[in-house]
Design a protein around this ligand. Structure first.
Ligand SMILES: Cc1ncc(COP(=O)(O)O)c(C=O)c1O
Length: 512
């Protein structure tokens, strides 16, 4: 099939995701590997998923590192082909949580892979320690910082590109804010919010509100006494802020000289995907400016596409002093987290600021490629694309997915949630969140939001072939930009099967 014909076919599928290896020019390379040790389709062991899983308890530490629900073989976009470990049958999973909130472009994005493949074929170093620079670092720094250029004087922000996880970025942000306050010995308090989540490292978990299951059994210290957990900011009647939220602002106004930083997520996912009222963030920004408190946005969940922009400041017009982010930066093609800070909060001290694994250059290629995908390529670079790329991908690279795909997927998600609410009013309650970060409340038998019910649904749906997570009393749905109408349709049927099973179980329990 000629390349252009293949491309047109892909366009006809409404920009359906495709594997890089299906593009004719790449297929020729893959063909040269077939049957050899380097065959991309080669199995790596002779064991079946069941045989592997039987060894779980011997091989892995208990808890997070055990594979327990699903066994993946191949994946594309929002679909993962594998085996359900509960039923031991082959299953194609629909991933509605972008593989744990990470892969904003879906799985195996062809453009990120192609850029990484091109880099691997170059003679550039694949790894660089912190003291050795490269044009890739500078290019990525310029590109990311340009997103905030309208919020300050030229050069008003600086970036740290040397973190690996979101927890690292949060810690580094707090370290920088703490350091900036060293001339003011009274500024020793940190303000955070109930229901917030900032990561699993000791410091990041210490600043979260104590919550069994998130931070129980910490190392060295159980708690610190200079973190103030204010109530989660809520709206009240008539679109105004609640009395509690106003009291928080008053307290910060009154005691502002005692705080070195305020740490807040624009959308508190763990708190049943609660979107903090914009009015609160605006007023918080004002208080922090007046009182010289460093305002830190933890954007590990929402940045890089999930709310329609790279950073939250771009859509909200509320710009923090420091942004800490990670997750979607590379869309799962490498570990990288970053901190962007106003210059007055940009200083760090050894040994902080350069994690070893952030030397992986493929992660920087990935973040550059993710920027191409989300915002569109630079016009002069776009002109030099190879002619054999499928036109659907070329169109996306010209326009950027945030302009076209984002509103389309958000629209499909809205319809999807409304349909579930209509069909299962006894289980599916109100939706929360914003953009592609949505919670949908699960209702208990008393008709009230129920965390236990959300947990049950998140467990059972895996067996039915749809992946969502529990977040408080909600099921957390965070689809990638590659999610298609067909994905939502399949997920709808599978969630319906899940709700039916949950309702039957509840009825059986009631009958006992
Ligand atoms: C809001 C928020 N902050 C920080 C983190 C920590 O990120 P990581 O797991 O990459 O350390 C997470 C992780 O889920 C998060 O959701």
């Amino acid at each position: 099939m000629p390349d252009s014909q293949a491309g047109e076919e892909l366009m006809a599928l409404d920009n359906a995701p495709f594997h890089l290896s299906s593009v004719e020019s790449v297929r020729q390379v893959v063909a040269g590997l077939e049957g050899s040790y380097l065959d991309p389709g080669r199995r790596l062991t002779e064991l079946t998923p069941d045989e592997h899983l039987a060894g779980n308890a011997r091989l892995f530490t208990a808890g997070g590192s055990l594979a327990r629900d699903f066994w993946a073989d191949t994946a594309l976009g929002s679909r993962i082909q594998g085996t359900s470990t509960q039923t031991a049958t082959p299953l194609e999973m629909v991933d509605l949580c972008s593989m744990t909130c990470n892969t904003v472009l879906g799985v195996n994005d062809p453009w990120v892979k192609l850029r990484q493949a091109a880099f691997l074929l170059s003679s550039q170093p694949h790894y660089l320690p912190a003291r050795i620079g490269s044009d890739l670092h500078h290019r990525v720094a310029h590109r990311i910082l340009s997103r905030l250029s309208r919020f300050g004087a030229p050069g008003g922000f600086a970036i740290n590109l040397r973190q690996c996880n979101g927890s690292d970025a949060v810690e580094l942000a707090l370290h920088a804010a703490w350091l900036a306050a060293r001339g003011a010995p009274r500024r020793r308090r940190l303000a955070t919010f109930q229901g917030g989540y900032h990561g699993e490292s000791v410091l990041a978990s210490l600043v979260c509100e104590d919550d069994p299951g998130y931070g129980a059994g910490r190392a060295l210290v159980d708690r610190v006494d200079n973190v103030v957990h204010f109530p989660s900011p809520r709206g009240g009647d008539g679109g105004h802020l609640s009395a509690e939220a106003l009291a928080t602002l008053d307290a910060l106004e009154r005691d502002g000289e005692e705080y070195f930083a305020v740490l807040i997520e624009p959308i508190q996912w763990r708190n049943s995907v609660h979107a903090v009222p914009l009015e609160f963030l605006r007023r918080l920004r004002d208080v922090c400016t007046r009182k010289s408190i460093c305002l830190v946005f933890d954007e590990v969940q929402n940045a890089f596409g999930y709310t329609g922009t790279i950073f939250f400041a771009e859509s909200s017009d509320v710009c923090p002093d420091i942004v800490a982010t990670g997750k979607a930066l590379t869309s799962g093609h490498g570990a990288l987290a970053i901190v962007v800070a106003r210059r007055e909060f940009a200083e760090t001290e050894a040994p902080f600021g350069s994690k070893t694994n952030s030397g992986d250059m493929l992660s920087f290629v990935a973040v550059d490629a993710v920027m191409d995908r989300l915002t569109g390529m630079l016009p002069e670079e776009f002109e030099t694309l190879p002619t054999w790329l499928p036109p659907g991908l070329v169109g996306d690279l010209r326009n950027g997915l945030l302009g076209i795909a984002y509103p389309r997927v958000v629209g499909m998600l809205e319809d999807f949630l409304a349909d579930l609410q209509r069909r299962f009013p006894s289980v599916v309650g109100p939706a929360s969140g914003a953009g592609l970060m949505r919670g949908v409340a699960m209702l208990g038998q008393d008709g009230r939001p129920s965390g236990a019910m959300a947990g049950k649904v998140a467990d059972i749906c895996l067996k039915h072939g749809v992946y969502v997570r529990r977040a408080g009393h909600c099921v957390y749905i965070k689809p990638s930009l590659s999610t298609t109408e067909a994905d939502f349709e399949l997920a709808r049927a599978r969630l319906a099967a899940t709700f039916e099973e949950v309702l039957q179980r509840v009825a059986r329990e009631e009958a006992k």
